[in-house]
Write a protein that binds this ligand. Sequence first.
Ligand code: SAJ
Length: 446
Amino acid sequence: MSMEDVFLESVRTRALRISVVGLGYIGIPTAAVFAESGFSVTGYDLNQATVDLINEGRCPLHERDLEMLVKRNIDLKRLRATAGHEGIIEKSDCILICVQTPLRDDKTPNLTFVERALEALDPPSLKGKAIVLVSTSSPGTLQKYAESVAQTGHLKLDEDLLLAYAPERIAPGNSITEFIENTRLVGGIGLNSTEAVACLFETVCQKVIRTDVTSAEISKLAENTYRDVNIAFVNELSLVCEATGADINEVIRLANSHPRVALHRPGPGVGGPCLTKDPYFLVTHLLVGKDVDVVNAARRMNDFMPMHVGRTVMKALESTGKDVQRSIVALFGMAYKAGVGDLRESPAVRVFDSLLAKGLALRVYDPYVADDFDGHGVCSMEECVRDADCLVVLTDHPAFLDLDLEELNGMMNENPLLIDARRIVNPGKATRAGFLYFGIGYGGKN
Ligand code: SAJ
């Protein structure tokens, strides 16, 4: 029997022992979903606290259904966690690498964690195993590793060792559903690797597309970069609208009526762990240099937006003759996107920092974030806006989609301002409720 046949048989019977290296945002859902499907899964992490928590059937992440899956599979003894990497090769048939891949300060990929995880796997002892990289990585990462393994002369790639890239494509906040329902890409180092690992993922994902390893690496990055570039373009259009008296919401409505246009939404910038990183990973090998590519220009545009929002707040306060240094500014939303309590790379935090640096009195309300924002956090909308001069909407949380503007105005100081950085408040309604309205991409007269 070939190694691929043995692997496929043990996938079918669930005898395949799976190890997940890195128990973070991706590793925990991955481990839980495979355990739920009947596999015996061991998670490895250097953080003892995470390992202990998981072994108690608890979960450090706030993700719908995840803790329930972790608990059930810990109780059924299909899932366990271990600190460090010791014994990993002997105890596994398939190793899924889900470690973090951050950016360095100079915006180049820091693949140290992936490299360390791979270095811990000694090629001679990998015969008969499968290694699957799940972490976001720069194009060529797995091919380079494959070449280094081939050079040792111990193993025939794609025959003795199966090697594939199966990038995660799950949005934080909805991990489990997206893990199962989103199409999974599997790119192997050869046809055996692709087929075997694709079959493994077919046990937990509704749809799997087979491809080659480098195409999978590039397309994972392309998806998030497409989104970042699209949003950057919309943010640039917003500046055009502000300068010409137009409204970005109307422009998007019109342009998107064309069957081949799908403009995204403007905002105070782009946050989260993916769109702020993946574009840089994508252009790692670009030969033309960093000044002439679309990708870096888009990143610069989106990074500029928090500053633009900060300036809009200052200009709005000044335009009404309010004493800026004595003004109270209420901020609605600090999370990087709607419906999550995640502050990673949040543009709202950058707006907060810039306004704080200008000496403004700030209050922050975010129903999803348990953080007191250095003493600026408050627990309700009312507490946030009471006697405030200006309200800034920074995150499009569901709770902010249908604000009672009259009621809010009634609690604020005279002639309140509303700065809508997400364009979710109707300018006409805000004006009728007594606000002086400013919005990103809103060039209309108030
Ligand atoms: N944003 C806008 N305008 C928009 C859409 C988003 O300003 O029209 C902002 C959001 O407010 C947020 C940022 O962009 O600050 C990122 O938002 P996102 O909705 O792209 O969410 P992420 O980063 O949590 O998830 C992305 C998703 N990628 C794609 O949709 C292509 C998700 O499917 C991926 O699994 C995830 O990255 C990932 O892990 O790579």
